[in-house]
Design a protein around this ligand. Structure first.
Ligand SMILES: Nc1nc2c(ncn2[C@@H]2O[C@H](COP(=O)(O)OP(=O)(O)OP(=O)(O)O)[C@@H](O)[C@H]2O)c(=O)[nH]1
Ligand SMILES: [Mg+2]
Length: 272
């Protein structure tokens, strides 16, 4: 349950049955799945009064949290710009292949530019351990119950990392397609990674993430013959939400498409 961004609260959640448009059943559902307050079907109570007050308080709290985060993110951004560090924030649902992609990408970039990594996960140093083997500076941020990285965590991590000027910094966010989209870390660009096992409607279900992203990488294309996933439809869904979204298709496993991805990064690094 995340206490900073308010995702532990109901946020005006609405439950709809398939094909149903006008009838709302209000539930209080935390992001750990517990359901503390449920009005059964056919009881659309008006309990808006006390909810109005608490939701406006929640909105204020959320604005406050995001404002503080944005101020700190700007400080991080200033730090990156002063040292010409190109920071990418990698976002995805759990297991779409962010760490595997970094494992395959970093050796390609290292021969031309220094690279460092900040790993975000609720628990374990598994991902940092995997990156450490590559011989690049890496630090793991464990968010505990938190479901996203924030600018303060990055600010603290930056003090622990040996960052070189004119380098690439990869920040792997906590696997979650919702909250990480709201938190600016000071990165130059956001990269959302989705994989073909997740369903081609993900951009429609999680539009904020795709709206905020600069680049979408469709990963695990080696599995396309085995899954019911329409890559063209997925791309159309994503681009409908964000006309500026760039799109790449790769397999971090087989290496297909990684040459284009490497070129994409190196072009950005050279432009700086
Ligand atoms: N077939 C196939 N499997 C892949 C590919 N990329 C990653 N995987 C597998 O997907 C699983 C998850 O990969 P990770 O790289 O750990 O995913 P992640 O996004 O970093 O996961 P979290 O950090 O837990 O959110 C692993 O078993 C990988 O081997 C790919 O391109 N093709
Ligand atoms: Mg990972």
């Amino acid at each position: 349950m995340c206490e900073t961004c308010g995702c532990s609260t109901d946020g005006g959640a609405v439950l709809r049955k398939p094909g149903q448009t006008g009838y709302h059943v209000h539930i209080s559902e935390s992001c750990d799945g517990s359901d503390s307050h449920h009005h059964g079907e056919g009881h659309p109570h008006d309990h808006s009064h006390h909810h109005e007050e608490s939701s406006s308080r929640k909105v204020l709290l959320e604005q406050d949290v995001l404002l503080k985060n944005n101020l700190l993110a700007e400080r991080n951004r200033g730090f990156f710009e002063a040292r010409n560090i190109f920071a990418l924030n990698f976002l995805s649902s759990p297991g779409s292949g962010k760490t595997t992609l970094l494992e395959k990408t970093i050796p390609l970039i290292l021969s031309h530019f220094p690279v460092a990594v900040i790993e975000g996960d609720q628990q374990t140093t598994n991902d940092a351990d995997r990156i450490h083997i590559l011989g690049v500076p890496v630090i793991q941020v464990n968010t505990g119950s938190g479901c996203h990285l924030d600018a303060m965590m990055i600010n603290r991590a930056l003090k622990e990392l040996e960052l070189q000027n004119n380098s690439l910094l990869c920040i792997e966010n906590v696997g979650n397609l919702v909250c990480p989209a709201m938190f600016d870390l000071g990165e130059a660009l956001k990269v959302v990674v989705i994989s073909v096992t997740e369903g081609d409607d993900k951009p429609l279900k999680y539009p904020n993430m795709f709206h905020e992203a600069d680049l979408c990488i469709l990963n695990k294309i080696d599995l396309l013959p085995y899954v019911d996933f329409d890559a063209r439809k997925c791309r159309e869904n994503a681009v409908r939400i964000n006309h500026h979204l760039e799109w790449l298709e790769v397999s971090a496993k087989t290496g297909e498409g990684l040459d284009v991805w490497q070129q994409w990064i190196e072009n950005k690094l050279k432009q700086r």
